[in-house]
Design a protein around this ligand. Structure first.
Ligand code: BDR
Ligand code: CA
Length: 312
């Protein structure tokens, strides 16, 4: 089993990523930590707790992280994710036991206790990771790698070249990318290929268990935003689940190793990931950048995972 900690900001696609983790015996999910991003920190935390309650996994510790990014004010994505952050489904009230630990304390405790290295999966802004690495540098060696959804080799989604998770807290992302930890990046260049089509969403609607039904409601709501003509999408891009799919079935992906950094200064380019594909800077190839995905098999994987909840 691969030990992981999921740092997320649920969020429709974060919720789907978490469902895939819980449905997969390949993972040993040691903790969930939440960041401020898609919604305010209190809401993303509550959503993570409610999702785990829905999946009857109240044994997994959850802790809430930073209230705001390092340098700038918090920008949320309520236009995408609605007022709750997971509009489109009604989740049960949290039955997760209360904790006094903050996200970085829970990450530190989990890593300290672990005999093996742990993979960090980050599907929200990088603020918790940056703070963690600044406060507990001695625990860095316990991190196997950081698999993150964020950035892009081409287009952005909040500015022409800037992706939301990085743009929310560019300084944090820059700190994490420059900390010599092995990185795997699922950016928009990849996740825009990972679209689920209407007919496939309807297939999920026919799966008769409470988690799949919740996923169906989430996808229907998520589709409203991504159905806007300006995107030109056939379906809905499932950003965050790409991280989990890569961990489960890397053979569905192609990738390249490049130097990646974050622009924090430009008026138009603040929050952009700079991916040095031609090695023009001659710097350390710090990131495995995912480039393409077998869309059909990816959606099949998601659907097969949602069916696993029949056993609940
Ligand atoms: C990322 O931003 C959030 O809205 C999604 O949850 C995803 O992590 C996509 O840019
Ligand atoms: Ca997210």
């Amino acid at each position: 089993k691969t030990p992981i900690i999921l740092d997320c900001d649920p969020g429709h696609d974060d919720a789907l990523a978490l469902m895939m983790v819980i449905a997969s015996p390949e993972f040993d999910l040691r903790a969930v930590t939440t960041s401020a991003g898609n919604q305010t920190p209190d809401k993303t935390f509550d959503n993570a707790c409610r999702l785990l309650t829905l999946m009857e996994r109240t044994d997994i510790p959850v802790a809430s992280g930073n209230k705001k990014p390092l340098l700038q004010e918090l920008m949320i994505a309520d236009a995408v994710h609605g007022d709750t952050g997971v509009d489109g489904t009604v989740l049960p009230k949290s039955e997760i036991p209360a904790t006094n630990l903050t996200a970085i304390e829970l990450i530190a405790e989990t890593l300290s206790k672990s005999a093996e290295k742990v993979t960090m999966v980050v599907t929200g802004p990088m603020t918790n990771m940056a703070l963690f690495l600044a406060v507990y540098p001695e625990l860095k060696s316990k991190i196997e790698k950081i698999v993150f959804m964020g950035g892009s080799t081409d287009v952005g989604n909040v500015k022409p070249g800037s992706e939301f998770n990085i743009a929310v807290d560019p300084e944090s992302a820059k700190m994490v990318l420059n900390d010599s930890i092995p990185l795997v990046m699922a950016g928009l260049n990849l996740t825009h290929q990972a679209q689920i089509l209407d007919a496939e969403i309807e297939e999920i609607g026919k799966i008769n268990n409470k988690v799949a039904q919740s996923a169906y409601g989430l996808l229907k709501f998520y589709g409203i935003y991504y159905g806007q003509e300006k995107w030109g999408f056939q379906g809905i891009p499932l950003h965050d689940p790409c991280t989990i799919a890569w961990m489960l079935q890397p053979e569905l992906f192609t990738s390249g190793h490049y130097h990646v950094d974050v622009e924090v200064n430009g008026d138009l380019t603040r929050g952009e990931t700079i991916v040095d594909k031609f090695d023009l800077l001659g710097l350390e190839k710090n990131t495995e950048v995912l480039l393409s995905i077998d869309r059909t098999k990816f959606v099949e994987l998601l659907i097969s995972k949602l069916k696993k909840f029949d056993e609940l």
